[in-house]
Design a protein around this ligand. Structure first.
Ligand SMILES: Nc1nc2c(ncn2[C@@H]2O[C@H](COP(=O)(O)OP(=O)(O)OP(=O)(O)O)[C@@H](O)[C@H]2O)c(=O)[nH]1
Length: 387
């Protein structure tokens, strides 16, 4: 047997040990009085000491060291009832003594097994009584003296009070534990929400360009295929505008990198202002921006590019307090179905952008220019889509 610290002993085992030790001590007084009144011999006295003074500690030790202490304690309770039956029959069923013993056994079992427990306790008590009657014959002397009856009542009362006190302690402990659990659950929920919001922030940061706050290329790579598929499903076109600042290096060289950054941020803000909720705006490279326009036809996309180009060119830009010319070149491409790969669509826009740069910058070029675009100064240079 391994030593089990009292604090880790099952609470039922501890409770029954305490209740047995206390109430059975009074019961020793009940029996002693009864034995004296009826002149019982030393054997009976010896058995009483064993049963009511030694037995409670023996069964406590057995349950405490058992592999399943609760099951062992329930066996102890059934054994209590069996022994009560032995005593009841051996003493000739003295009414108050029998009543006290049987009620104690039944109440204990009811607490753990409900009505089934009562039946089990009664069955065990009956088995004990039958055994004594079978071995020693039937004896019946139900009367107890007033003193024995009164002491029996006291014993039963002490047992019931102890039992009720334990029930109260368990209820208080349970509600305290429940309250603590609720607090821990609320704290856990709070932590979970904090982790989820942190995760969302991290995901957002991983998809954003730190300087301009626009989506970055990593996000674009994932988003483009969804957008191409989505537009193809709806039978709509997907337009793509690729912007590049003209001679941006000169702004950096003349006014410094911080001034260049400021221009980039303002261009990003300007692009965002013109966006529809469904549009996706990315910082594609150093001074390159990309607008993805789901459901937009090529003609409309070209108009949009022209408007933005003009807005930038006409705006009065200042760098370090000095006026500076800022212009954009734009390449426009359009996907008409899901067969085009994201990289191929960008390559088309890139070729149009290259053309815009080659033609002198501050202009919009388009893959397969339309007559309307031509009228607005859009390059009509026909471009062959990349294979
Ligand atoms: N301030 C700033 N400059 C950047 C950033 N990223 C790239 N650049 C600069 O952008 C400039 C791009 O130069 P180029 O590729 O020669 O292009 P460009 O001067 O705009 O000339 P074109 O595109 O041919 O009209 C380089 O000087 C880069 O250092 C950035 O985040 N901040």
């Amino acid at each position: 047997m391994t030593a089990v610290p009292a604090a880790t002993t099952h609470w039922v085992v501890r409770m029954n040990h305490r209740n047995r030790s206390a109430s059975w001590l009074i019961f020793v007084a009940v029996l002693s009085l009864h034995f004296l009144e009826h002149g019982y011999g030393p054997w009976t006295w010896g058995l009483m000491v064993l049963q009511f003074l030694v037995y409670p500690h023996a069964v406590y030790l057995r349950a405490r060291h058992a592999r399943d202490p609760l099951a062992a304690e329930i066996q102890n309770m059934l054994l209590d009832s069996f022994c009560f039956g032995l005593w009841a029959a051996a003493l000739g069923f003295p009414l108050w003594i029998v009543y006290t013993l049987v009620i104690c056994g039944c109440i204990n079992m009811t607490a753990f097994r409900a009505l089934k427990g009562v039946l089990q306790a009664l069955a065990c008590a009956a088995a004990g009584a039958v055994l004594v009657v079978a071995v020693d014959g039937w004896r019946f002397s139900p009367d107890t003296s007033l003193r024995v009856s009164a002491l029996s009542m006291l014993c039963l009362s002490v047992y019931l009070v102890l039992f009720a006190r334990d029930a109260h302690t368990r209820t208080v402990t349970l509600s305290t534990t429940r309250a603590r659990l609720r607090q821990s659950e609320a704290a856990l929920q709070g932590q979970l929400q904090a982790v989820q919001s942190l995760q969302a922030q991290l995901t957002e940061q991983a998809h954003r360009d730190p300087l301009t706050g626009l989506y970055n290329r990593r996000y674009l790579n994932a988003a483009m295929q969804w957008e191409i598929d989505g537009c193809a499903r709806e039978g709509a076109t997907l337009a793509l505008l690729l912007f590049d600042l003209d001679h941006f290096k000169q702004i950096n060289d003349r006014f410094g990198h911080a001034a260049g950054d400021e221009v980039l941020c303002q261009i990003a803000a300007l692009l965002q202002q013109s966006m529809r909720p469904s549009d996706i705006c990315c910082r594609y490279g150093g001074e390159e921006f990309l607008l993805l326009l789901p459901g937009m036809a090529l003609q409309t996309a070209v108009e949009r590019a022209q408007a933005l180009r003009q807005q930038v060119a006409q705006r009065r830009w200042l760098a370090e307090g000095q006026p500076v010319d800022v212009t954009l070149s734009v390449g426009v491409a359009c996907a008409h179905d899901a067969t085009i790969a994201p990289a191929a669509l960008i390559a088309l826009a890139d070729r149009a952008l290259y053309q815009a740069k080659a033609e002198g910058r501050n202009r919009v070029c388009v893959v397969g220019a339309t007559p309307a675009a031509e009228a607005e100064g859009v390059s009509t240079t026909p471009m062959v889509p990349a294979a």
